[in-house]
Design a protein around this ligand. Structure first.
Ligand code: BGC
Length: 358
């Protein structure tokens, strides 16, 4: 079958590979891929910043944001039938750590987990894949058109769910939130906060006239553009929030955000920042403020099956409350043969998908 792959460690090695057809084992499901979403992780793997081929393979099939249709089910598979639309999760457990053995590969402590399309396992930019049903999530009609956004939605659902869980330490309930970044993760994060009725401000570079601001406002957020005013002025322009989600991909914003929290507020860092950028920060001041304000800063990666279920619920709630808002995140749909256009930065917009099958 045709697949889009990289040679890990070799920059700009993205190419069409003639990969073997997947042969599902008994108890597995064969899925035809309809589309994949492209994200910064894919670009960074193609830039050779990370990415690892499966053992014994010289290439890695890319792609982790996925949406497909069940083609056939192996013997003993329950709960799935041909024609069901599904999304597969990304991370697979290691064989040694306690958390992985207890369904929380997203909290793996050994570092020996694998991730489809990222680390040691082929991804979804292929005509088909075979998978165990425990890693598949059914997508019903209500969110089929935006099903490809489920994987990034799980990332923010985990961030928001864990923020709220940590804040159970407080007698009060968090009410206000700021999201840094109005890319797909930022806007999905805003949706996750708004379906929980938090008063949310989205802060981003784009002007008020941008489609990102329109989507944020449709979901009942306020939108604050930092196009014309620098980040260090922001604290005087918006109220200090109880929860911040950092979704810009910039470590500098992460550190700036630490100083914008309300007392007892919490900062969730969601950007996997590639590269080795250094930054001068006011370490004593930041440390002092975090201590004196009882702040919590935590990082969150990947998602558990619970977060997939929460994300499906949140996407359905968002579709009902603000019909079409999440769909506007998909600004470009490319035939998959045109993948280079996105990787060569010829495509702007919010989320680009590669259309693989029908
Ligand atoms: C993916 C996650 C993954 C993380 C680290 C992100 O782009 O959405 O599923 O765990 O990268 O590899």
């Amino acid at each position: 079958m045709k697949a889009i792959a990289v040679i890990p460690g070799k920059a700009n090695s993205l190419h069409f590979e003639d990969a073997p057809d997947p042969v599902p084992e008994a108890g597995e499901v064969l899925v035809r891929v309809l589309r994949v979403g492209l994200c910064g992780t894919d670009a960074e793997i193609n830039a050779a910043l990370y990415g690892e081929a499966p053992a014994g393979s010289s290439y890695l099939i890319l792609g982790h944001e996925n949406f497909g249709v069940v083609e056939s089910v192996g013997s003993g598979v329950e709960g799935f039938k041909p024609g069901d639309t599904v999304v597969a999760s990304v991370r697979r457990p290691c064989t040694e750590c306690f958390n992985c053995q207890h369904g929380r590969a997203d909290l793996c402590t050994s570092g020996h987990y694998t991730e489809r399309g990222i680390k040691g396992r082929h991804g979804y930019m292929a005509e088909r894949y075979a998978e165990s049903p425990e890693f598949l999530f059914k997508i019903d009609k209500a969110i089929r058109e935006i099903g490809v956004l489920l994987e990034p939605m799980t990332i923010v659902e985990k961030g928001v769910a864990e923020s709220l869980q940590i804040q159970k330490r407080l007698p009060s309930t968090p009410r206000t939130a700021v999201v840094f970044g109005a890319g797909p993760v930022g806007l999905l994060g805003a949706a996750a906060l708004r379906v929980r009725d938090l008063d949310t401000i989205v802060v981003s570079m784009e002007p008020e006239t941008d489609i990102r601001a329109e989507i944020a406002k449709q979901m009942g957020c306020r939108y604050h553009s930092v196009a014309s005013s620098p980040l260090d002025k922001l604290a005087t322009q918006i109220p200090a929030p109880d929860i911040i989600l950092e979704c810009t991909g910039s470590s500098a914003v992460g550190f700036a955000a630490m100083q914008m929290l309300a007392a007892d507020g919490i900062l969730c860092l969601l950007s996997v920042t590639g590269g080795d950028k250094t930054e001068l920060v006011h370490a004593a001041e930041i440390n002092r403020d975090l201590v004196l304000r009882n702040n919590v800063v935590f990082g969150s990666v990947n998602a558990s099956p619970t977060h997939y279920r929460l994300a499906i619920r949140a996407m359905k709630a968002a579709e009902k409350k603000w019909p079409g808002a999440l769909g506007k995140l998909i600004t470009t749909r490319l035939p998959w043969t045109d993948f280079a256009k996105w990787f060569d930065r010829q495509v702007s917009g919010i989320k680009t998908t590669l259309e693989i099958g029908s």
